[in-house]
Design a protein around this ligand. Sequence first.
Ligand SMILES: CC(C)(COP(=O)(O)OP(=O)(O)OC[C@H]1O[C@@H](n2cnc3c(N)ncnc32)[C@H](O)[C@@H]1OP(=O)(O)O)[C@@H](O)C(=O)NCCC(=O)NCCS
Length: 148
Amino acid sequence: MIVEPATAADLDAIDEIEQHSFKAPWPRSVFEGELARDFARIDVVRDPHVIAFNNYWLVAGELHILAIATHPDRRRSGIGGRLLAHAMEAARAVGATLATLEVRKGNLPAIALYERAGFVTVHTRQRYYQDDGEDALVMLCELTARRS
Ligand SMILES: CC(C)(COP(=O)(O)OP(=O)(O)OC[C@H]1O[C@@H](n2cnc3c(N)ncnc32)[C@H](O)[C@@H]1OP(=O)(O)O)[C@@H](O)C(=O)NCCC(=O)NCCS
């Protein structure tokens, strides 16, 4: 499974996965903007078309996961975990020591993915999501200790 940086040619596929994956999907223009930011990255997995992506920031010594999604037909085959591990390695490579993210409290697949990667919940933001008032969990993972 090859993880590589997205290009502008991948934006339609990223947008399609986004639309099928989130309650309040971001518009394509958000990802277009992310490709232009030097601290932002979007990684994709291809087989041979894009089947998953991970949008994250490497800033101020931290990795911040913004959006990770696998095409609905390709879930539960290790792709999300692979993308997350790749971002954590990229962050370690530039000296980042902490990974952070927010996730909907009811998003049990994502929470399981993150916990398996070593994230722990440190805070609940009440009614964080504006579309439906769902709480957000704030999760952190120390990047200094390598997991076996
Ligand atoms: C969350 C998501 C990215 C996981 O992607 P994936 O490619 O299916 O993840 P993986 O196959 O690598 O799963 C890794 C581990 O996460 C956990 N996990 C993933 N999906 C799960 C589910 N539906 N139920 C329970 N645990 C789950 C499991 O521990 C799994 O390991 P296992 O399959 O060996 O038990 C995917 O479900 C998705 O795209 N969801 C919609 C978008 C989203 O909510 N993104 C997260 C918020 S930004």
